[in-house]
Design a protein around this ligand. Structure first.
Ligand code: ADP
Length: 400
């Protein structure tokens, strides 16, 4: 079956068409500036030329229509007609407590996702718009929703509750949910597969280090803790997000800088993280690594502080699981920044971690980067959220 995977944001939309048998990506692309002047679509068939076209996209329905047109284009398209697309898998950011697994989308599911909008006001409404646009243009194609939060729904109460009045949990469902679940699930399963071990027998820590970053603890095939919370602001220091901090800083900054809540939240989400910590050097780890090699103080401080926070979470999750067998690095930074992996692993001597520097220098493959006598295995596993969504979509559609 050919599965169209859609990841819809408020003004952008990423797509991939995946053949579920070969698990190969047949074509992929991106629509940008939807509803804004200067919208454009980028389309790349596998092994073909990437093309970019500036074209009006007043709304998401038009964006999806252009995606379908590109996929069925007689010259550069990869399918003859839309009938060949057997199902659509949608990434949905927040499934709240309602969705502990992926679901086939119907009107009832749409209403339930809408109820989670409060929990992810920037993401869920955009996801719903994308689903609605697809349903309009492909009314008889089954659609599946795959939630970023679902994998973390197995967390026990002691991991997901905050030390806040319990009534807020009862009234508003304020609790930790976690994100990047599709990636944490894919990577932890893949690690077990690569090692030839049973997923259910392992204690795995996954460090998903991208622009957004989170760590999760996966014990015997179930997530037992993760670093993001009610929102993706909690946890690690990220590209531009602060991660964990004393909540009283908000009040302190409000007084000192004369900022209101919205302005402060904007600082915490968009101007903090490695961008802020490096005194605005960059939010991109390529620049920070570059700076580190040139002895730039801002880069050194930032990489050290970022890595220390990752190492602390690994320690916390080794404690939560009473041990750890495998630690995985994934996503843009986790897969491509050997320096960050080295800094993190320097803290892990107590886990018997012995880094193999040659393996740590490789890129783009599923690989163990520790020596054979290392007590804990550290691996790099490239994530593939689109493939994971396609797999989930096929699984659900075949059951229906
Ligand atoms: P997201 O999906 O959260 O936007 P990604 O997982 O794509 O993020 O990661 C993007 C980040 O990965 C970039 O901002 C950059 O910091 C980092 N990155 C990508 N390539 C490299 C590289 N070769 N070396 C170091 N860091 C890299």
């Amino acid at each position: 079956m050919k599965v169209l995977v859609i990841n819809c944001g408020s003004s952008s939309l990423k797509f991939q068409l995946i053949d579920s048998v070969s698990e190969q990506c047949l074509a992929k692309g991106l629509c940008e500036r939807i509803g804004i002047e200067g919208s454009m679509i980028t389309y790349a068939p596998a092994g073909g030329e990437k093309e970019k076209k500036v074209t009006p996209m007043p709304d998401h329905t038009e964006a999806i229509r252009l995606v379908l047109e590109a996929l069925t284009n007689p010259v550069t398209g990869v399918v003859k007609s839309l009938v060949e697309i057997g199902a659509v898998g949608h990434r949905v950011v927040h499934g709240g407590e309602k969705f502990a697994a992926s679901v086939v989308i119907d009107d009832e599911v749409m209403a339930a996702v809408e109820e989670c909008n409060d929990l992810a006001p920037l993401h869920n409404p955009a996801n719903l718009i994308g689903i609605n646009a697809c349903r309009k243009l492909m009314p008889s194609t089954p659609m599946v929703g795959v939630f970023d939060t679902a994998f973390h729904q197995t967390m026990p109460e002691e991991a997901y509750l905050y030390g806040l009045p319990y009534e807020y949990y009862k009234k508003y469902k304020i609790r930790r949910y976690g994100f990047h679940g599709t990636s944490h699930s894919y990577v932890s399963k893949r690690a077990a597969e690569v090692l030839g071990k049973k997923y259910e027998d392992l204690k795995i820590i996954v460090c998903h280090l991208g622009n957004g970053a989170s760590v999760s603890a996966v014990k015997n095939g179930k997530c037992v803790d993760t670093s993001m919370g009610l929102t993706p602001l909690e946890g690690l220091i990220m590209g531009t997000r602060s991660g964990d901090m004393d909540p009283a800083i908000i009040e302190f900054l409000a007084h000192k800088e004369g900022k209101n809540i919205d302005e402060i939240m904007n600082v915490l989400n968009k101007k903090s993280g490695v961008l802020g910590l490096s005194d605005n050097l960059s939010s991109d780890f390529r620049d920070l690594e570059d700076g580190y090699h040139k002895n730039n103080d801002n880069a050194v401080r930032t990489l050290k502080t970022f890595s220390y926070r990752v190492a602390k979470y690994i320690g916390a999750y080794a404690a939560a699981m009473n041990g750890v067998d495998v630690i995985c690095f994934t996503a843009g930074v986790g897969e491509n920044a050997p320096l960050v992996r080295t800094f993190v692993c320097e803290y892990l001597g107590y886990l018997g971690v012995k880094l193999d520097q040659e393996a740590n220098g490789k890129r783009g493959e599923d690989i163990a980067i520790t020596t054979s006598d290392s007590t804990t295995t550290v691996m790099v596993i490239p994530t593939n959220e689109e493939l994971a969504i396609a797999r989930e979509t096929v699984r659900l559609v075949s059951q229906a």
